[in-house]
Design a protein around this ligand. Sequence first.
Ligand code: ADE
Ligand code: ZN
Length: 349
Amino acid sequence: MHLSEDFPEDLPAGLPKAELHLHIEGTLEPESAFALAARNGVELPYADAEELREAYRFGDLQSFLDLYYALMAVLRTADDFTELADAYLARAAAQGVRHAEIFFDPQAHTARGVPVGTVIEGLAGALDRSEERHGVTTQLIMCFLRDRPAESAMETLDAAKPCLHHIVGIGLDSAEAGHPPAAFREVYAEAEALGLRKVAHAGEEGPPSYIREALDVLGVERVDHGLRAMEDPELVERLVRERVPLTVCPLSNVRLRAVDALADHPLKAMMEAGLLVTVNSDDPAYFGGYAGDNFRAVREALGLDDHHLRELARNSFRAAFLDHDEARRARYLAEVDAHTSGRAGGPSR
Ligand code: ADE
Ligand code: ZN
Protein backbone atom coordinates (compact mmCIF):
# COMPACT_ATOMS: atom_id res chain seq x y z
CA MET A 1 0.00 0.00 0.00
CA HIS A 2 1.26 3.48 -0.86
CA LEU A 3 1.75 6.01 1.87
CA SER A 4 -0.28 8.44 -0.20
CA GLU A 5 -3.38 6.22 -0.02
CA ASP A 6 -3.25 6.21 3.76
CA PHE A 7 -2.31 9.85 4.07
CA PRO A 8 -3.39 11.69 0.91
CA GLU A 9 -2.04 14.98 2.26
CA ASP A 10 1.44 13.42 2.13
CA LEU A 11 1.35 12.78 -1.61
CA PRO A 12 3.42 15.92 -2.37
CA ALA A 13 6.18 15.03 0.11
CA GLY A 14 6.31 11.33 -0.74
CA LEU A 15 6.11 11.80 -4.50
CA PRO A 16 9.46 10.90 -6.09
CA LYS A 17 10.96 14.02 -7.62
CA ALA A 18 14.16 15.63 -8.90
CA GLU A 19 15.29 18.95 -7.49
CA LEU A 20 16.88 21.03 -10.25
CA HIS A 21 17.09 24.49 -8.68
CA LEU A 22 18.75 24.41 -5.28
CA HIS A 23 21.57 26.63 -4.04
CA ILE A 24 23.52 24.62 -1.48
CA GLU A 25 24.41 27.82 0.40
CA GLY A 26 20.67 28.46 0.66
CA THR A 27 20.25 25.31 2.75
CA LEU A 28 22.27 26.79 5.64
CA GLU A 29 19.76 26.66 8.52
CA PRO A 30 20.20 29.30 11.28
CA GLU A 31 21.11 26.67 13.91
CA SER A 32 23.85 25.26 11.64
CA ALA A 33 25.11 28.78 10.92
CA PHE A 34 25.57 29.36 14.66
CA ALA A 35 27.27 25.97 15.15
CA LEU A 36 29.69 26.67 12.28
CA ALA A 37 30.31 30.23 13.51
CA ALA A 38 31.31 28.89 16.95
CA ARG A 39 33.55 26.23 15.42
CA ASN A 40 35.28 28.66 13.05
CA GLY A 41 35.49 31.65 15.40
CA VAL A 42 33.21 33.80 13.25
CA GLU A 43 31.20 36.53 14.98
CA LEU A 44 27.58 36.84 13.78
CA PRO A 45 25.63 40.07 14.30
CA TYR A 46 22.60 38.20 15.77
CA ALA A 47 22.06 37.01 19.36
CA ASP A 48 20.86 33.55 18.34
CA ALA A 49 19.22 31.46 15.62
CA GLU A 50 15.78 32.86 16.48
CA GLU A 51 16.93 36.43 15.99
CA LEU A 52 18.60 35.46 12.70
CA ARG A 53 15.41 33.82 11.49
CA GLU A 54 13.53 37.01 12.37
CA ALA A 55 15.73 38.84 9.86
CA TYR A 56 14.37 36.69 7.01
CA ARG A 57 11.87 39.32 5.86
CA PHE A 58 12.93 40.27 2.39
CA GLY A 59 11.67 43.16 0.28
CA ASP A 60 13.28 41.89 -2.91
CA LEU A 61 16.06 39.69 -4.33
CA GLN A 62 18.87 42.08 -3.33
CA SER A 63 17.83 42.30 0.33
CA PHE A 64 17.94 38.49 0.48
CA LEU A 65 21.30 38.29 -1.32
CA ASP A 66 22.91 40.74 1.14
CA LEU A 67 22.12 38.46 4.08
CA TYR A 68 22.79 35.25 2.15
CA TYR A 69 26.33 36.28 1.15
CA ALA A 70 27.11 37.66 4.63
CA LEU A 71 26.08 34.44 6.37
CA MET A 72 28.36 32.36 4.13
CA ALA A 73 31.27 33.70 6.23
CA VAL A 74 30.71 30.71 8.56
CA LEU A 75 31.65 28.23 5.78
CA ARG A 76 35.43 27.84 5.82
CA THR A 77 36.68 24.27 5.50
CA ALA A 78 35.98 21.35 3.17
CA ASP A 79 34.28 19.59 6.12
CA ASP A 80 31.90 22.56 6.52
CA PHE A 81 30.76 22.11 2.91
CA THR A 82 30.47 18.34 3.34
CA GLU A 83 28.25 18.76 6.42
CA LEU A 84 26.12 21.40 4.72
CA ALA A 85 25.48 19.20 1.68
CA ASP A 86 24.93 16.06 3.74
CA ALA A 87 22.30 17.81 5.89
CA TYR A 88 20.51 19.04 2.75
CA LEU A 89 20.52 15.58 1.17
CA ALA A 90 19.01 14.02 4.31
CA ARG A 91 16.21 16.61 4.34
CA ALA A 92 15.65 16.31 0.60
CA ALA A 93 15.42 12.50 0.80
CA ALA A 94 12.76 12.84 3.51
CA GLN A 95 10.73 14.96 1.06
CA GLY A 96 10.85 12.52 -1.83
CA VAL A 97 13.84 13.91 -3.71
CA ARG A 98 15.52 11.06 -5.62
CA HIS A 99 17.88 13.15 -7.74
CA ALA A 100 19.34 16.61 -7.00
CA GLU A 101 21.25 18.94 -9.33
CA ILE A 102 22.88 21.30 -6.86
CA PHE A 103 24.08 24.85 -7.48
CA PHE A 104 26.99 26.44 -5.67
CA ASP A 105 28.50 29.94 -5.88
CA PRO A 106 32.31 29.58 -5.99
CA GLN A 107 32.99 33.33 -6.22
CA ALA A 108 31.13 33.95 -2.96
CA HIS A 109 33.76 31.75 -1.29
CA THR A 110 36.93 32.55 -3.24
CA ALA A 111 36.29 36.26 -2.51
CA ARG A 112 36.64 35.34 1.21
CA GLY A 113 39.85 33.39 0.67
CA VAL A 114 38.32 29.90 0.47
CA PRO A 115 39.80 28.17 -2.60
CA VAL A 116 37.41 26.78 -5.21
CA GLY A 117 39.00 23.33 -4.81
CA THR A 118 38.12 23.30 -1.08
CA VAL A 119 34.49 24.09 -1.90
CA ILE A 120 34.18 21.48 -4.66
CA GLU A 121 36.03 18.71 -2.83
CA GLY A 122 34.01 19.46 0.32
CA LEU A 123 30.69 19.24 -1.55
CA ALA A 124 31.85 16.13 -3.41
CA GLY A 125 32.55 14.49 -0.03
CA ALA A 126 28.79 14.47 0.61
CA LEU A 127 27.58 14.03 -2.98
CA ASP A 128 29.77 11.00 -3.66
CA ARG A 129 28.16 9.14 -0.74
CA SER A 130 24.65 10.43 -1.27
CA GLU A 131 23.18 7.55 -3.23
CA GLU A 132 24.40 5.05 -0.66
CA ARG A 133 23.50 7.14 2.42
CA HIS A 134 20.32 8.89 1.31
CA GLY A 135 19.17 7.16 -1.87
CA VAL A 136 19.60 10.45 -3.75
CA THR A 137 21.68 10.71 -6.93
CA THR A 138 23.38 14.06 -7.45
CA GLN A 139 25.08 16.42 -9.88
CA LEU A 140 26.89 19.68 -9.20
CA ILE A 141 26.32 22.91 -11.15
CA MET A 142 28.80 25.78 -10.73
CA CYS A 143 27.10 29.19 -10.86
CA PHE A 144 28.71 32.50 -11.73
CA LEU A 145 27.66 35.75 -10.08
CA ARG A 146 26.21 37.97 -12.82
CA ASP A 147 26.78 41.14 -10.77
CA ARG A 148 30.54 40.56 -10.97
CA PRO A 149 32.60 40.99 -14.16
CA ALA A 150 32.66 38.21 -16.76
CA GLU A 151 36.46 38.10 -16.36
CA SER A 152 35.99 36.94 -12.77
CA ALA A 153 33.68 34.16 -14.01
CA MET A 154 36.30 33.09 -16.57
CA GLU A 155 39.03 33.05 -13.89
CA THR A 156 36.77 30.95 -11.68
CA LEU A 157 36.13 28.46 -14.50
CA ASP A 158 39.90 28.23 -15.04
CA ALA A 159 40.58 27.70 -11.33
CA ALA A 160 37.98 24.91 -11.23
CA LYS A 161 39.52 22.97 -14.14
CA PRO A 162 41.30 20.39 -11.93
CA CYS A 163 37.92 19.55 -10.31
CA LEU A 164 35.66 19.54 -13.38
CA HIS A 165 35.08 15.78 -13.11
CA HIS A 166 32.75 16.66 -10.18
CA ILE A 167 30.76 19.19 -12.20
CA VAL A 168 28.00 18.60 -14.76
CA GLY A 169 27.33 22.18 -15.78
CA ILE A 170 27.39 25.92 -15.20
CA GLY A 171 24.74 28.44 -14.19
CA LEU A 172 24.30 32.18 -13.69
CA ASP A 173 22.75 33.72 -10.58
CA SER A 174 22.75 36.68 -8.16
CA ALA A 175 21.20 40.14 -8.80
CA GLU A 176 19.45 39.93 -12.17
CA ALA A 177 18.08 43.41 -12.90
CA GLY A 178 20.63 45.40 -14.90
CA HIS A 179 22.83 42.33 -15.46
CA PRO A 180 21.76 40.78 -18.78
CA PRO A 181 23.11 37.35 -19.74
CA ALA A 182 25.02 38.37 -22.89
CA ALA A 183 28.05 39.60 -20.91
CA PHE A 184 28.81 35.93 -20.18
CA ARG A 185 28.88 34.76 -23.82
CA GLU A 186 32.56 33.77 -23.77
CA VAL A 187 32.39 31.97 -20.44
CA TYR A 188 29.45 29.89 -21.70
CA ALA A 189 31.26 29.14 -24.97
CA GLU A 190 34.31 27.97 -23.02
CA ALA A 191 32.15 25.84 -20.72
CA GLU A 192 30.46 24.25 -23.73
CA ALA A 193 33.89 23.45 -25.21
CA LEU A 194 34.72 21.74 -21.90
CA GLY A 195 31.62 19.54 -22.26
CA LEU A 196 29.61 21.25 -19.52
CA ARG A 197 25.81 21.64 -19.56
CA LYS A 198 24.39 25.17 -19.44
CA VAL A 199 21.61 26.77 -17.40
CA ALA A 200 20.99 30.36 -16.22
CA HIS A 201 18.63 32.25 -13.95
CA ALA A 202 16.48 34.48 -16.15
CA GLY A 203 13.07 36.09 -15.81
CA GLU A 204 13.03 36.04 -12.01
CA GLU A 205 13.24 39.82 -11.69
CA GLY A 206 14.63 40.54 -15.17
CA PRO A 207 12.46 41.03 -18.30
CA PRO A 208 11.50 38.37 -20.89
CA SER A 209 14.32 39.65 -23.13
CA TYR A 210 16.82 38.19 -20.62
CA ILE A 211 15.26 34.76 -21.18
CA ARG A 212 15.65 35.14 -24.96
CA GLU A 213 19.25 36.24 -24.47
CA ALA A 214 20.02 33.28 -22.21
CA LEU A 215 18.69 30.97 -24.95
CA ASP A 216 20.15 32.75 -27.97
CA VAL A 217 23.48 34.06 -26.69
CA LEU A 218 24.40 31.60 -23.93
CA GLY A 219 22.66 28.56 -25.43
CA VAL A 220 21.14 27.48 -22.12
CA GLU A 221 19.29 24.16 -21.99
CA ARG A 222 17.10 25.05 -18.99
CA VAL A 223 15.94 28.40 -17.64
CA ASP A 224 15.97 28.91 -13.88
CA HIS A 225 12.76 30.66 -12.75
CA GLY A 226 11.57 31.97 -16.15
CA LEU A 227 8.45 33.40 -14.51
CA ARG A 228 8.36 36.57 -16.53
CA ALA A 229 8.13 34.61 -19.79
CA MET A 230 4.40 34.77 -19.09
CA GLU A 231 4.47 38.47 -20.09
CA ASP A 232 5.50 37.52 -23.64
CA PRO A 233 3.17 35.12 -25.52
CA GLU A 234 5.62 34.61 -28.40
CA LEU A 235 8.33 33.60 -25.98
CA VAL A 236 5.94 31.19 -24.24
CA GLU A 237 5.14 29.64 -27.63
CA ARG A 238 8.85 29.19 -28.32
CA LEU A 239 9.58 27.67 -24.90
CA VAL A 240 6.71 25.23 -25.41
CA ARG A 241 7.80 24.35 -28.97
CA GLU A 242 11.44 23.84 -27.97
CA ARG A 243 10.49 22.02 -24.75
CA VAL A 244 12.78 24.24 -22.67
CA PRO A 245 12.41 23.31 -18.99
CA LEU A 246 11.75 26.12 -16.48
CA THR A 247 12.83 25.46 -12.89
CA VAL A 248 10.20 27.36 -10.90
CA CYS A 249 10.56 28.08 -7.15
CA PRO A 250 7.14 29.04 -5.74
CA LEU A 251 7.96 29.78 -2.07
CA SER A 252 11.04 31.75 -3.16
CA ASN A 253 8.93 33.86 -5.52
CA VAL A 254 6.61 34.84 -2.67
CA ARG A 255 9.40 35.56 -0.16
CA LEU A 256 11.35 37.67 -2.69
CA ARG A 257 8.17 39.37 -3.84
CA ALA A 258 8.34 38.26 -7.48
CA VAL A 259 4.65 37.46 -6.87
CA ASP A 260 2.37 39.03 -4.24
CA ALA A 261 0.99 35.78 -2.85
CA LEU A 262 1.13 32.09 -3.67
CA ALA A 263 -2.49 32.23 -4.83
CA ASP A 264 -1.31 34.65 -7.58
CA HIS A 265 1.55 32.40 -8.70
CA PRO A 266 1.49 31.66 -12.47
CA LEU A 267 2.62 28.01 -12.04
CA LYS A 268 -0.76 26.50 -12.96
CA ALA A 269 -1.16 28.88 -15.90
CA MET A 270 2.35 27.93 -17.04
CA MET A 271 1.42 24.25 -16.99
CA GLU A 272 -1.80 24.94 -18.82
CA ALA A 273 0.13 26.89 -21.47
CA GLY A 274 2.09 23.68 -22.13
CA LEU A 275 5.38 24.79 -20.56
CA LEU A 276 7.71 22.15 -19.16
CA VAL A 277 7.77 23.46 -15.58
CA THR A 278 9.32 21.92 -12.49
CA VAL A 279 8.90 22.86 -8.81
CA ASN A 280 11.98 23.50 -6.68
CA SER A 281 13.04 25.11 -3.41
CA ASP A 282 15.84 27.57 -4.43
CA ASP A 283 17.09 28.52 -0.92
CA PRO A 284 14.91 26.45 1.40
CA ALA A 285 16.49 27.53 4.70
CA TYR A 286 15.50 31.12 3.89
CA PHE A 287 12.18 30.70 2.10
CA GLY A 288 10.21 28.41 4.39
CA GLY A 289 10.38 25.02 2.76
CA TYR A 290 12.15 22.20 0.96
CA ALA A 291 11.00 20.49 -2.26
CA GLY A 292 8.02 18.60 -0.83
CA ASP A 293 6.94 21.72 1.08
CA ASN A 294 6.87 23.63 -2.21
CA PHE A 295 4.74 20.91 -3.84
CA ARG A 296 2.35 20.95 -0.87
CA ALA A 297 2.11 24.73 -0.83
CA VAL A 298 1.23 25.04 -4.53
CA ARG A 299 -1.25 22.21 -4.28
CA GLU A 300 -3.11 24.09 -1.58
CA ALA A 301 -2.78 27.64 -2.90
CA LEU A 302 -3.47 26.86 -6.59
CA GLY A 303 -5.81 23.91 -6.19
CA LEU A 304 -3.53 21.52 -8.08
CA ASP A 305 -4.88 18.00 -8.38
CA ASP A 306 -3.00 14.70 -8.42
CA HIS A 307 -2.65 14.92 -12.21
CA HIS A 308 -0.80 18.26 -11.90
CA LEU A 309 1.47 16.94 -9.13
CA ARG A 310 2.29 13.82 -11.10
CA GLU A 311 3.09 15.89 -14.18
CA LEU A 312 5.37 18.17 -12.16
CA ALA A 313 7.22 15.13 -10.78
CA ARG A 314 7.54 13.62 -14.26
CA ASN A 315 8.77 16.94 -15.64
CA SER A 316 11.51 17.08 -13.01
CA PHE A 317 12.97 13.79 -14.27
CA ARG A 318 12.39 14.68 -17.94
CA ALA A 319 14.38 17.91 -17.41
CA ALA A 320 17.19 16.36 -15.35
CA PHE A 321 20.70 16.00 -16.80
CA LEU A 322 20.41 12.21 -16.88
CA ASP A 323 21.23 11.76 -20.57
CA HIS A 324 24.23 9.62 -19.63
CA ASP A 325 21.92 7.17 -17.87
CA GLU A 326 18.53 6.98 -19.61
CA ALA A 327 17.80 3.71 -17.81
CA ARG A 328 17.92 5.58 -14.51
CA ARG A 329 15.61 8.31 -15.82
CA ALA A 330 13.16 5.58 -16.91
CA ARG A 331 13.35 4.00 -13.43
CA TYR A 332 12.61 7.32 -11.75
CA LEU A 333 9.65 7.96 -14.07
CA ALA A 334 8.38 4.47 -13.25
CA GLU A 335 8.69 5.31 -9.53
CA VAL A 336 6.45 8.33 -10.07
CA ASP A 337 3.87 6.11 -11.79
CA ALA A 338 4.10 3.46 -9.07
CA HIS A 339 3.66 6.07 -6.36
CA THR A 340 0.58 7.52 -8.00
CA SER A 341 -0.93 4.34 -9.45
CA GLY A 342 -4.67 4.31 -9.10
CA ARG A 343 -4.66 8.08 -9.02
CA ALA A 344 -5.21 10.48 -11.95
CA GLY A 345 -3.08 10.41 -15.12
CA GLY A 346 -1.79 8.03 -17.76
CA PRO A 347 1.59 6.38 -18.26
CA SER A 348 4.81 8.44 -18.28
CA ARG A 349 6.28 9.61 -21.52
N1 ADE B 1 21.25 33.02 -5.48
C1 ADE B 1 20.61 32.30 -4.56
N2 ADE B 1 19.29 32.36 -4.73
C2 ADE B 1 19.08 33.14 -5.82
C3 ADE B 1 17.93 33.59 -6.52
N3 ADE B 1 16.69 33.26 -6.16
N4 ADE B 1 18.11 34.41 -7.57
C4 ADE B 1 19.34 34.77 -7.95
N5 ADE B 1 20.44 34.38 -7.33
C5 ADE B 1 20.32 33.57 -6.28
ZN1 ZN C 1 18.03 30.37 -7.65
